[in-house]
Design a binder for this molecule. Structure first.
Ligand code: TRP
Length: 450
């Protein structure tokens, strides 16, 4: 076996993993969930979910990766030779591949909006809804932007772990944090910012139903990039003195902070324009916000312009660092199993993913009539990956670490061979043995019923 690369520093490891977790979900999903589901009450529940479910699962993924220093599939094979547990590794790599194929298309839209805001097209009053629908249904423009985005991701991953992923994460994550702070300041200075903040933060415990609690858990799981093999792959590059528990806590903190700050950006801005409705997901960032930016541009041109450019840059950076981790988890597998160079492996992954990506993109336009179970290709991929496989594999990870792995091995790994103290070890084991699998199981049944 060739010598395997490692992250060169602990900071690099934390920033790379945080880059995986901080993604489009933080910016376009979390704020809306908070606004619609009880404001600060939702944030509180979300924090509890991150601590009790997110962090334990993340620690589990980290220890599997770091113990084996291998790609996700090989990791399970080594820990449980010749057994069905291998399927868990396969699911991780497969799901990363699937997600990457549609993530590049959506990220391509982001790139398109960044370009449009840079050249000033977005500052002209127009029907943003019609514009957005027309763009995503176009047979090849979204594909072109998707390819450019994939090209960027490819360039980083092909350079390797230290000089690609780590180096770029160390630049992009701080930049991302700076942009967020600037945007929060911009947003607070918009007229009507108070109303937006009040809407976002007013705790309303009457809105907290079982459904809301389940969606907080689902969101925590998705936002932390759990159960997709990505964190496991990154952890396989951690050095032997990286503190797993501390890293998991830091990554979760950064991710949550970015999510909350995104709310501070979006709500004051949206409320500054009367009558604009707060959508979720693509509608929010590609229809509602351009409208807001355009109005802001109308009153204070510089503010409107800077706001829109920085906002799409933020989205692009968030998407890029997540896409890198998805790409890396597939590339690491291809590279180690086929025993070929990183350059080759990453080309194979990029091209194969892009082919699927084209199908996803076409499913918004020419192929929109093609449906499976009432979903187009894009929706089908998203449903299979982020609803079904992600949750099931979350359960399996907990069962694997909680019941199958030797307790001493787990202890040694999280305490770096007994050199660190982990007072909550018993609690951790209790959570991943009983609490987390049951909770995820309930979320899963709930998602399926919807
Ligand atoms: N966490 C990402 C976000 O908030 C989305 C995501 C889920 C992801 N699983 C992932 C990103 C795995 C990279 C790798 O948008």
């Amino acid at each position: 076996m060739t010598t395997r690369s490692n992250f060169g520093s602990k900071l690099g490891a934390v920033l790379a993993a945080a880059g995986s977790a901080v993604g489009l979900g933080n910016v376009w999903r979390f704020p809306t969930e908070v606004g619609n589901n009880g404001g600060a009450a939702f944030i509180l529940i979300y924090l509890i979910c991150v601590l009790l479910i997110g962090v334990p699962v993340m620690i589990s993924e980290f220890l599997i990766g770091r113990h084996t220093h291998a790609n996700t599939i090989t990791a399970y094979e080594r820990l449980a030779p010749k057994s069905w547990w291998r399927i868990e590794g396969v699911a991780g790599v497969f799901v990363a591949f699937l997600i990457l194929s549609y993530y590049v298309i959506i990220s391509g839209w982001t790139l398109y909006y960044l370009v449009q805001s840079c050249i000033g097209t977005l500052s002209v009053a127009q029907d943003f809804k019609a514009g957005f629908s027309a763009f995503i249904a176009h047979p090849w423009w979204p594909v072109v932007y998707g390819c450019i985005f994939m090209g960027l991701t490819h360039l980083v991953v092909a350079r390797g772990v230290q000089s690609g992923i780590e180096r770029f994460s160390k630049v992009m994550m701080p930049l991302l944090l700076v942009i967020i702070v600037v945007l929060v300041v911009c947003s607070f200075n918009m007229p009507g910012a108070h109303d937006g903040l009040r809407f976002l933060l007013k705790p309303d415990f009457s809105k907290v139903t079982t459904r809301v609690m389940l969606s907080a858990m689902g969101q925590a799981f998705f936002s932390l990039s759990l159960a997709m093999g990505c964190l496991c792959t990154y952890a396989s590059y951690f050095s032997s003195d990286t503190r797993l528990v501390r890293t998991a806590v830091n990554v979760s903190l950064i991710d949550t902070l970015v999510a909350i700050m995104s709310g501070f950006i979006i709500f004051p801005a949206v409320f500054s324009v009367a009558g604009v409705q707060v959508d979720e997901g693509p509608g929010l960032v590609f229809i509602t916000l351009p409208h807001v930016f355009q109005m802001a541009f109308h009153s204070v041109p510089f503010l409107g312009y800077a706001f829109s450019v920085l906002f799409y840059l933020l989205l692009l950076l968030a998407a890029l660092t997540s896409a890198m981790s998805l790409h890396e988890s597939v590339t690491a597998y291809v590279l180690e199993v086929a025993n070929i160079s990183r350059r080759r492996a990453s080309i194979i992954v990029s091209v194969a993913c892009m082919l699927l990506g084209v199908a996803c993109s076409l499913s918004f336009g020419p192929w929109s009539g093609f449906k499976v179970f009432g979903m187009n290709i894009f929706e089908l991929f998203d449903f299979a990956a982020s609803k079904v496989i992600m949750l099931l594999s979350g359960i399996v990870i907990c069962l694997f670490v909680g019941w199958k792995l030797d307790r001493q091995l787990v202890y040694d790994e999280v305490t770096n061979g007994g050199t660190l103290r982990f007072r909550l070890f018993r609690l951790y084991i209790f959570l991943i043995r009983y609490v987390v699998p049951i909770v995820i199981g309930v979320i899963f049944v709930n998602e399926l019923r919807q």
